[in-house]
Design a protein around this ligand. Structure first.
Ligand SMILES: Nc1nc2c(ncn2[C@@H]2O[C@H](COP(=O)(O)OP(=O)(O)OP(=O)(O)O)[C@@H](O)[C@H]2O)c(=O)[nH]1
Ligand SMILES: [Mg+2]
Length: 335
């Protein structure tokens, strides 16, 4: 049987009466029932030098603080990794300050969000108030998410308006699905009556011609559109469809940034503890992707942003969303 991380802790356990499982015993020691070695990113070889279970309060405190230190150390590595790659690929942009990031996080964490309209064709977009579309909302600035089917557009929208502290389910604002081509219409969401975020149907193999025409017309005609974001899933990289949309945006003078999504998939390859070697490998991989896509040859290099919208065993937080939040508010002239 494959040992679990808990089993590999070398605890000298004095059985209690009645006998308890290791998980129960550990939760007694730590008084934190849900912490598992794996989830906290603890090394499986780590040895806790505790001689007996029933010990003084002091010993428990020491154990707790040791675990906290290890947890912090690992999550810092992940945070540093995201900061490193952001800085490396956005050297020409001023990075937002901590104060600015706190401000944008506070805005999105507390914002009211309202679905406004859904349009299969450009001509279906309401230009006059409706019960959902308030007069004040008609002229709000907006940004749009573009990308291949399944690139994570709808999930990113949900991530944007979910508090960072939420570990499990994202705010289910836009419908996301494993099924490629799930979003079939252009959808508008009003954020705190200050801006709109537009989710679009994906392009590529599962996209339809009608959806493509609707999105292109929207991009060309929409006066309030301030910026677009092209989502590229990190595991599949750029495709011919992405190059086509980049050309289209360039030809039409529509500003765009690039968001690499599903960054957690890198951790499947490299494990959670991205050390400096892995970090270098990931940066080299990203560099290759960017050079091959030729986005670095564009007259203005777009910002390159990185995000994981999903938490799993390898990655315990959603990273990168604060920089995206900042970019959106900046594009809309709100910050
Ligand atoms: N591992 C991982 N999966 C993600 C991430 N973001 C989205 N997904 C998954 O990718 C699938 C597609 O996500 P959607 O948000 O529906 O993608 P979309 O771009 O809106 O797709 P269409 O509506 O078909 O154009 C879903 O199963 C999501 O859970 C991420 O950051 N990491
Ligand atoms: Mg979608």
């Amino acid at each position: 049987m494959k040992p679990t991380s808990l089993q590999s802790f070398k605890l000298t356990i004095k059985p209690l009466n009645p006998p308890k499982s290791i998980a129960e015993i550990r939760s007694i020691i730590l008084n934190t029932p849900n912490i598992k070695g794996k989830e906290t990113g603890l090394s499986v070889n780590h040895e806790i030098k505790s001689k007996s279970i029933i010990d003084t309060k002091n010993k428990n405190i020491k154990l707790k603080s040791k675990l906290n230190t290890l947890q912090k150390k690992n999550s810092n590595i992940t945070k540093h990794f995201f900061n490193d790659i952001y800085e490396k690929f956005n050297a020409m942009y001023m990075a937002p300050t901590v104060v600015e990031l706190n401000k944008v996080n506070s805005f999105f964490n507390n914002c009211g969000v309202q679905f406004e309209w859904s349009a299969p064709k450009y001509s279906d977009i309401p230009l006059k108030p409706t019960p959902r579309l308030k007069p004040l909302s008609l002229h709000l600035p907006e940004v749009a998410f573009l990308g291949r089917c399944n690139s994570g557009k709808s999930t990113l929208l949900n991530n944007l308006v979910t508090r960072a502290s939420v570990k499990r389910d994202l705010n289910p604002l836009a419908r996301a699905s494993k099924i490629a081509g799930y979003t079939k219409t252009i959808n508008s969401f009003n954020i705190e009556n200050k801006l709109k975020i537009i989710d679009t149907p994906g392009y590529g193999v599962k996209g339809t011609k009608e959806q493509g025409i609707a999105t292109m017309e929207y991009l060309q005609k929409r006066k309030n559109l301030k910026r677009t974001y092209i989502l590229i899933p990190i595991d599949s990289g750029f495709t011919i469809y992405d190059s086509q949309i980049i050309n289209f945006l360039g030809e039409n003078g529509i500003p765009f940034e690039i968001i690499f999504t599903k960054m957690d998939k890198l951790f499947k390859l490299y494990g959670q503890n991205l050390d400096s070697d892995h970090n270098t490998q990931v940066i080299a991989k990203l560099n290759d992707m960017i050079v091959n896509s030729e986005v670095d040859k564009l007259p203005t290099l777009p910002q390159l942003l990185f995000v994981n919208s999903v938490i799993n065993k390898k990655i315990d937080k959603r990273y990168g969303i604060d920089k995206i939040r900042y970019s959106i508010l900046q594009a809309c002239g709100i910050i």
